[in-house]
Design a protein around this ligand. Sequence first.
Ligand code: ADP
Ligand code: MG
Length: 259
Amino acid sequence: MSGVSVTKDVRDAAGAADDLVVLSNVNKHFGALHVLQDIDLSIARGEVVVVIGPSGSGKSTLCRTINRLETIDSGSITVDGKQLPSEGKALAKLRADVGMVFQSFNLFAHKTVLQNVMLGQLKVRKADQAAALEKAKSLLDRVGVGSQADKYPAQLSGGQQQRVAIARALAMDPKVMLFDEPTSALDPEMINEVLEVMQQLAREGMTMVVVTHEMGFARSAANRVVFMADGKIVEEATPEQFFSNPRSDRAKDFLSKIL
Ligand code: ADP
Ligand code: MG
C-alpha cells in the first residue's frame, strides 16, 4: 500500500460502518450568506482531518455544527450513528462526546485549573469526586501542567491554558475532538507545546478535526486535508497529495500565499 493511497484505502475498506462523524448535504445560512454549501464529509474512527482554507470560508462554522453550537438549515449530521440531539441532557452529553478546543481557550476564569478539568466530569458524566480528581490530575500531568493545578487560568501562559483546555475536553472521554485554530492566539514560542500534545493524541488514535494554519502539523499528523473556500469543500486529499500537487486553483492560490 503506497503512502498516498492510505486514506482512500482506509475509507474504502472501512466503509460507513467505521465512520464516526458523517455530514450529509449540510447547508447553513447566516441571513443572506450561504456559509456552508452542500457539505458532505465523513470522518472515520481514529482519523485526523485537518481543515484549511481562507478566513471566512466557513471552517469554524463547520466545527461548531458538529457539536451543535450552530444549527443547520438542511442536511444531516450524525455522531456515532446518531442524529444530533437538539436540547437537554442529550445535548450536554453530545458536547461531552464531541470535545472542542477554541482559539481563545474559554476556561472558567473563576475556577482553578483542577476545578476546570473536574467540573464536566462531575456535572455531565456524574463521576464521583475522588474519581474526577484522580482523572483531572492524571490528565494535567499528561499535558504537562500538573504543577499548575491550583492556579487560576489567568495565572498561566497561553500555551498552558490551552493545554488545560485540551485536558478538560479529554476528561469527558470524548469520541472525537474538534480543534478550531488552537494555536492562533498563542505567542510563537508556545505553539509547539500545544501541537506536541495534539500530535500525541493523534498517535494514540483519537479521532480529530483540526482547523489550523500550522502546515507542519497538517503534514505530520493529518490522514486527510480538507480545503474549504466560500462555504464549500473544494478539495480533499492526503497531505502529501495536497501540498505537492493541489488540484484546484483556489488551493494553489491559498498555498502560494502561506507557504
Ligand atoms: P472561518 O472560520 O473559515 O474563518 P467562519 O465559519 O468563522 O469562517 O465564518 C464564515 C462566514 O460566516 C464569515 O463570512 C463570517 O463573517 C460569517 N459568520 C460567522 N459566524 C456568524 C454569525 N454568528 N452571524 C453572522 N455571520 C457569521
Ligand atoms: Mg474560524
